[in-house]
Write a protein that binds this ligand. Structure first.
Ligand code: DP6
Length: 344
């Protein structure tokens, strides 16, 4: 909702949702343009506590670009921030009433382990709204802030196509199905640790590209057919197949992290316990009712259907009582082969 006061100040506020990949992006073929080695696919989440809000103001009276993040002023010489701002300069110069100077204020959720993903995306998006830029150009610009951020441009299921062109013009996000396509689908986030990850996604994937043979195999052989299959099962609303593919893809991503030299450990004991719990739960019912996925950190994102949500939440509460610390929980959890029937 731009509030245009042509004489003095143009201002717009936007919020950006987070997206969680079910086919992971890991590895760049071009680090400057942020072009991925494989296509990826995610679901955009609309949880209030996970969204990022940015207000951008632009005025002839401002002397320089300035940015505040959660109330603290940021150094705008950060290269990624600069690449977003550079892109927006053209939009700004085209704007008759603006001399190219903007301030922005962003607030983001405290539990965000995606570091700058949403921040750069929402900044670019907000700038585009302020200057009336069409959305086709946005995916490429947001991508240059942070690769996976470009998928937040759309709601529902979104793929980020690998693209073929050297300049990356066809490496874009595209909606696969809208947010209303699968109304029974539910997402649960299990925050295992609010600590910052030890290896950031950008440097982690750089080391993986340099050292992991499994990454090349995944990009060339596994993902192309997996993307097709994932899109098919989403369109068929086939939860067991969707869940299985999601878990396998998360596991392969973390296998690549282990195959990286030196290895990267994003999952911790608690994450492993959640993985075991999900498999035991599914085994108990003889079908995939719940699926996990993990990004570059120990926190779990669980996909399930409305019918199974409350029971699974009860199971999680039983095994992960809030008052029990990680280590105590770890000792108390039954081994993977235990029969769940008594617990349910
Ligand atoms: C594990 O988008 O954070 O979340 O492009 O270097 O900023 P850069 O990386 P980033 O990587 C996200 C990796 C992931 C998987 C995914 O979201 O697809």
């Amino acid at each position: 909702m731009p509030e245009n006061d042509k004489q003095s100040l143009s201002m717009v506020t936007c919020t950006a949702p987070v997206n969680i990949a079910v086919i992971k992006y890991w590895g760049k073929r071009d680090e400057d343009l942020i072009l991925p080695m494989n296509s990826s696919l995610s679901l955009t989440l609309h949880q209030d506590q996970l969204k990022t809000t940015t207000t951008v103001a632009c005025s002839r009276n401002f002397q320089q670009d300035r940015i505040w993040l959660n109330g603290k002023e940021e150094d705008i010489s950060n290269p990624r921030l600069q690449s977003c701002l550079q892109e927006s300069i053209l939009w700004r110069l085209n704007d008759f009433d603006c001399n190219g100077t903007c301030t922005s204020m962003t607030s983001c959720s405290p539990n965000d382990d995606d570091d700058d993903v949403k921040i750069w995306f929402v900044l670019v998006y907000t700038l585009s709204q302020l200057f009336g830029v069409e959305s086709e150009q946005l995916s490429a610009v947001a991508r240059q802030g942070s690769g996976s951020a470009c998928r937040s441009l759309y709601g529902g299921f979104v793929q980020w196509k690998l693209g073929e062109q050297l300049d990356g013009k066809d490496s874009l996000a595209e909606q696969v199905e809208s947010e209303s396509y699968w109304p029974e689908l539910r997402v649960l986030t299990l925050v295992v640790s609010a600590e910052q990850k030890s290896v950031g996604s950008t440097s982690g994937m750089h080391t993986s590209v340099e050292t992991s043979q499994l990454l090349k195999y995944r990009a060339d052989v596994v993902v192309p057919s997996r993307m097709e299959e994932m899109i098919r099962v989403i369109r068929e609303r086939d939860f067991p197949a969707f869940g299985e593919l999601t878990m396998k893809d998360s596991n392969q991503f973390h296998a690549i992290c282990l195959d990286t030299y030196p290895p990267i450990f994003y999952l911790n004991n608690m994450s492993h316990r959640i993985i075991s719990l999900v498999h035991r739960y599914n085994q108990y019912y003889g079908e995939t009712r719940v699926a996990y996925t993990f990004d570059a950190g120990p926190n779990a994102v669980i996909y399930t259907l409305q019918d199974h949500l409350s029971e699974f939440v009860q199971v999680v509460r039983h095994f992960f009582p809030p008052e029990v610390s990680g280590e105590e929980f770890f000792k108390g959890l039954p081994v993977c082969s235990a029969d769940l029937s008594e617990e349910l």
